[in-house]
Each structure stands twice: as structure tokens, then as C-alpha cells.
Ligand binder design. Structure first.
Ligand code: BGC
Length: 406
């Protein structure tokens, strides 16, 4: 039996665009229609209207924390013009969590950008941090009394890779130069936002907030230990896994390390080019591991290995996302259980971990993959919007309640 600490944060996460529905004022909304994705986000889970019902379920499942994101394009629909109604909406959302004794963990940017910001060139623009900070100030000034945990940016490196290097997501660039510029601007935005958030709390004499990013870590495993593959793994670890996080740690703008962990990537790179070494994975489909419905390997020991690499930073870790999309729910509990075991192993080796947030509370809109992947502890019927608590959610709920894993 495994015992987690008494005041551990337990819960699940969502992001605005993936669950709320009708976020029609952002770049993804326009893009998913322009390229005719088979699934468009539409009403998503109608969480914008049904959040109270969803939080009741989270409460009944013994969650004491919940991660959600605020949709910038709702708050600032036009440059410099803020919507009081939308601010009020999120105020109600946050209060709904507080009333249920659920700790809100608020993400300020989760992949989507307001249309006006995208038209300026989004994170390529030299004033991108300035625009972001204006929105952050508005939000944090309003919600500081109710929020302790802030996540400035969700998975900056995933955003850079998908949107600026691999060309999968809007604006579908494949430009290392742009990728570097965007990384720099995101770094700048995070560092300034961290300082701004802390200053707001200080001026209001509120006890200091805990601010971080949600950082995606991937286990990179060479298929064969050739020099090229080992170099590729080294570079991927360096840029994808540790570049951003080490920069913000160096600038002392992180109070805990927010970790998102899902899977491993097998590496067998055909080319010696820098691009190939940094981006290529293994093209063959030869992994013997169990996979999720998107074909990602289930690799719980990767969480342990990566977490141990964070130990040297001497900062608490908060797991902000870990989850599986699968049609057969019985495999979900197994996934959670094995990841919790590996998390605990890292804790036994001296890593301080303050919580585990599963991705996701609800089935939701999995970006360019649409509604098919089912990540939720709670199933959504997209015809009726009915919610159904899955068995895995009940099993996880007993860990949330007791802190004990049998
Ligand atoms: C993202 C989520 C996404 C999840 C599963 C994370 O990279 O933050 O938005 O749904 O992974 O792919």
C-alpha cells in the first residue's frame, strides 16, 4: 500500500477551448473551419453553461483541486477592450469551485489566441508579451483574492513544435527561425507575467501566489544505441524537455514545476541534419508496449525517470496533466495506478510532489484529433451532453479521498 501526503492536491484538468464550446473569437475556431477538420469544436462539452454540474461531479469524486483555463479571446475580444460579462462569468466559475472547497489552478494561456492577436502575428510579434501582460494584469487584479495557483502558459514547447516547427497547428509554420522567436517571446511573457502576478499579490498584501508553467515532458528512447540516435535523444532532451524550464528556473520565476506527462517517443533518426536530429522520431511502428487510442505508448516508468531529473532544481513538483485516451475504460484505472506508483517512487527518492491532476475531468475536443479520443474520467454523450461518471473515476476518487493507493 502507498500513502500520499495528507495535504496533497488531487483533481483533474480541462482547458477552455476543449470543453466550453463556442469560443468563436480565437485562432483555432477560424483555423479548424478553414482546413475543414473532420470534427470542429462547436459546442464542445457545453461546459461554459454546465460548469456547476461538472464541478458537482468533481466534488462527489473527492477532488480537492481543479485546473482550468481562462479563454483570453473571451476576456479581450478586441485589442484593449475587455468584456465585463466574461470576467463575471469566470468569477462565477472560480467561486463555484471555492464554494465546493476545490482549489482552483488557473491557466492563463492554453494554446488558443484571440483573433486580433493572431492577426498581429501572435507570439511572433515583438510586443506579444506586452499584449499578454495587459490581459494577465486584468485577470489577476480581479481574481487574486480567490486564486493561489497560476499557470502562465500551457506547454510552451508543444505549442512551438506543433505550430512553428512541425506545421501541424495554426499558423502551421515550419520555420526554426520563427520557432526560436516564439520561444523567446513566450519565455519573456512568462518571466514578466510571473513578476507581475507576484507584485499584484504583494501590493494587495495577499500571501504570495504559486506561479509556474505546465511543462510537457516526454521520455525519448533510442531504438538502437547508434551515435546519431544518442545525439538526437540528447538534443531532444535538451531543447524539448529542459530548455524552457531551466531558463525560467535560472530567472527565479517559478514557484513549483508544473509537469504534464503522457508517453515516450522512440527515436531512430534517418538524418544528421540539425532539423532531423531535433524533430525526427522512429518511423517504424514496432513498439511492443500497450498504447492509447491515439497510438501513444503507455510508459509509466518514464514519469519516474524524468521526475528524478528535476530533483536537482530543488523545487516542488505538481503534476498538472497525466492521462489516457481509451475506449475501454478498464485500462484507464490501470494507467492512473501505474503512474501514481511511479510518482510515489520518485517521492521516495526525495522529490517533493504537491499534487496529481489527471487529464481530463471530461471527454473533450482533442484539438486536431477531434472528439474521438476519450480522455475523460467522465464520459460525454455529444448528442445529449449527458455526463456519465466512469468506473475509473470512482477508483481514482477513493485515492483522492484517502491518499492511499492499494
Ligand atoms: C494538452 C491538452 C491535450 C492533452 C492530450 C496536452 O498536451 O495540454 O490540451 O488535450 O495533452 O493530448
Amino acid at each position: 500500500m502507498i500513502q500520499f501526503p495528507h495535504n496533497f492536491l488531487w483533481g483533474a484538468a480541462t482547458s477552455a477551448y476543449q470543453v466550453e464550446g463556442n469560443n468563436s473569437n480565437c485562432d483555432w475556431w477560424k483555423w479548424e473551419k478553414r482546413i475543414s477538420l473532420s470534427d470542429i469544436s462547436g459546442s464542445a462539452c457545453r461546459h461554459y453553461e454546465l460548469y456547476e454540474q461538472d464541478f458537482d461531479l468533481a466534488k462527489a469524486l473527492n477532488h480537492n483541486a481543479h485546473r482550468l483555463s481562462i479563454e483570453w479571446s473571451r476576456i479581450e475580444p478586441q485589442e484593449g477592450k475587455f468584456s465585463d460579462d466574461e470576467i463575471k462569468h469566470y468569477q462565477k466559475v472560480i467561486l463555484a469551485l471555492k464554494e465546493r472547497d476545490i482549489e482552483p489552478i488557473i491557466t492563463l494561456h492554453h494554446f488558443t489566441n484571440p483573433l486580433w492577436f493572431a492577426e498581429y502575428g501572435a507570439w511572433e510579434h515583438k510586443k506579444s508579451a506586452y499584449y499578454f501582460l495587459r490581459y494577465v494584469e486584468k485577470i489577476v487584479e480581479t481574481f487574486s483574492g480567490h486564486v493561489r495557483y497560476w499557470v502562465t502558459i500551457n506547454e510552451p514547447m508543444v505549442y512551438v513544435y506543433h505550430s512553428y516547427l512541425l506545421g501541424f497547428w495554426p499558423p502551421q509554420e515550419k520555420s526554426p527561425l520563427k520557432g526560436m522567436r516564439v520561444t523567446r517571446n513566450l519565455l519573456d511573457a512568462h518571466i514578466k507575467a510571473y513578476r507581475l502576478i507576484h507584485n499584484i499579490y504583494k501590493n494587495k498584501k495577499i500571501s504570495p501566489p504559486l506561479v509556474s508553467i505546465a511543462h510537457n515532458l516526454q521520455a525519448f528512447i533510442p531504438c538502437r544505441p547508434t551515435l546519431k540516435n544518442r545525439l538526437s535523444v540528447y538534443l531532444k532532451d535538451k531543447f524539448y524537455n529542459f530548455y524552457f524550464i531551466s531558463k525560467i528556473i535560472k530567472s527565479k520565476t517559478v514557484d513549483f514545476i508544473g509537469v504534464n506527462y503522457y508517453s515516450r517517443s522512440l527515436i531512430d533518426t534517418p538524418s544528421w541534419s540539425l532539423r532531423g536530429l531535433i524533430l525526427d522520431t522512429c518511423a517504424k511502428n514496432h513498439s511492443a508496449l500497450e498504447r492509447n487510442s491515439l497510438g501513444w505508448d503507455i510508459y509509466p516508468q518514464g514519469l519516474y525517470t524524468l521526475l528524478l531529473k528535476l530533483k536537482k532544481y530543488n523545487l516542488p513538483v505538481l503534476i498538472l496533466e497525466n492521462g489516457i485516451c481509451i475506449d475501454d475504460d478498464s485500462r484507464r484505472w490501470d494507467f492512473i495506478r501505474r503512474h501514481l506508483q511511479n510518482l510515489h517512487r520518485a517521492m521516495n527518492e526525495g522529490l517533493k510532489v504537491i499534487g496529481y491532476i489527471y487529464w481530463s475531468l471530461l471527454d473533450n475536443y482533442e484539438w486536431d484529433k477531434g472528439f474521438k479520443p476519450r480522455f475523460g474520467l467522465i464520459e460525454i454523450d455529444y448528442n445529449t451532453y449527458e455526463r456519465k461518471v466512469r468506473e475509473s473515476a470512482e477508483k481514482f476518487s477513493s485515492v483522492c479521498k484517502t491518499g492511499m493507493l492499494e
